[in-house]
Design a protein around this ligand. Structure first.
Ligand SMILES: [Zn+2]
Length: 398
């Protein structure tokens, strides 16, 4: 028996006025999700804890059974792992953006016009040397990851990214009194200054200026975190695991948990076939689907409905799989279109498979699932429930 966990990022929502008070999930036409809800057990989930506004990273850690309160210090390490940097426990990592600043270091564009190719810029930055630390860099368009490796480092360093335009770049500051935090802040300051010098002079930016494009002349850092020691997924659960995702941070979590990472096909049906193929090899597959979250951030309930209906068609490909195996469909957090960001509302979940105790719920939505047999669980409860259904749990007691 195998398990497929489909996490629809930011799928859950709040009632939408334009939909007569229905959520996008309630308004969408979802025959396949409803069929799975009818044949399965449903419930609602607090991704981290009631009312906590979980990020996708902390929520996915919890779904995989790693306590985010223990292992999570910032997004940096997961982004860096997702971008393919080989990390070691204790490395301090930052998520960075190539950005445009003016001569007074005032941020003009936090993504440098969404510059597409930054490989030559990253190569130039690899020449920067700082005392006592090894520097690692990787980039994906305007997104970049920066890693410091060495003794005496701390993740307790503030963002240099002001998270706004028309504001000056923030200085890196220690967030506690430790010598490690002070030193790391100094290193980040020095790195940022040298990076700015190099980027300012770089031919890529000379070309961009000539073409009236914003130069990628600053690296804004945020989300400092220390690389945690995650017990490997296969050791922890005695299941081989893989992950299909498009976002670096989710891939990074899977990589740090020692799971196989599969680059997702764009087309959902092709992705479903990828998933079924992967499940011929592994016992457990985590599939993250990002687009519903983007619709929430874009304040677009109509777009969210379209994404949900596309997900529903994809889920139709799994109806045979659940005859012999388990499927979980859930959201990792709520991203209400009215808010445009994550909130702490619960999210719906369904588990279908050979031996689940079916409940009366026959629709997959925030409110329908609230009446389901799983009742209200936390993200961290999922793996124990799943292991139990797979008959892979150990008995507690005699
Ligand atoms: Zn989001």
């Amino acid at each position: 028996m195998k398990a497929l966990v489909v996490v629809c990022d930011g799928l859950a929502d709040r009632p939408v006025k334009a939909f007569g008070g229905k959520t996008p999930l309630e308004a969408a036409d979802t025959p396949n999700l409803d069929a799975l809800a009818a044949m399965g057990i449903t419930g609602i989930v607090d991704p981290v804890a009631p009312g906590i506004r979980a990020g996708s990273d902390t929520s996915h850690l919890a779904i995989l059974g790693y306590d985010p309160c223990e292992v999570y210090t910032g997004r940096g390490p997961f982004e860096a792992a997702g971008m393919g940097i080989e990390l070691r426990e204790g490395d301090v990592a930052f998520r960075c953006n190539f950005a445009t600043v003016d001569e007074n270091l005032v941020v003009k564009d936090r993504r440098a016009g969404r510059i597409e190719d930054t490989s030559a810029l990253v190569d130039a930055l690899r020449n920067i040397r700082l005392p006592g630390v090894e520097i690692k860099l990787a980039s994906l368009a305007y997104r970049c990851a920066l890693v410091f490796r060495g003794e005496g480092l701390s993740y307790r360093v503030s963002d240099t990214d002001p998270h706004a335009t028309e504001v000056k770049v923030h200085p890196a500051q220690p967030l506690d009194d430790s010598a490690e935090a002070r030193r790391t802040a100094q290193l980040l300051e020095e790195f940022s200054r040298r990076a700015h010098e190099i980027l300012e002079m770089h031919e890529v930016n000379a070309r961009r200026r000539a073409e009236n494009l914003p130069p990628a002349n600053y690296l804004l850092a945020r989300g400092a975190g220390v690389v945690p020691k995650l017990e490997s997924f296969s050791q922890r659960y005695r299941l081989s695991g893989a992950c299909i995702a498009t976002t670096a941070i989710i891939k990074g979590i899977a990589r740090l948990a020692g799971m196989k990472v599969i680059e997702a096909e764009k087309d959902y049906i092709a992705r479903a076939k990828q998933a079924l193929l992967a499940l011929e090899e592994v016992d457990f597959l985590l599939m993250n689907i990002k687009e519903a979250d983007e619709a929430g951030h874009d304040h677009s309930p109509e777009k969210k409905v379209r994404v949900i209906e596309a997900i529903d068609a994809m889920v139709g490909e799994f109806l045979d799989f659940v005859q012999e195996n388990y499927i979980v469909v859930m959201s990792d957090h709520t991203t209400p279109c009215s808010v445009g960001d994550h909130t702490g509302d619960t999210v719906p979940i369904l588990i279908a498979g050979p031996e689940v105790r079916t409940d009366e719920v026959a629709a997959f939505s925030e409110r329908a699932c609230a009446k389901g047999g799983l009742n209200r669980i936390r993200g961290m409860d999922l793996m124990p429930i799943l292991l139990d259904l797979l008959n892979k749990s150990e008995k507690f007691g005699a």
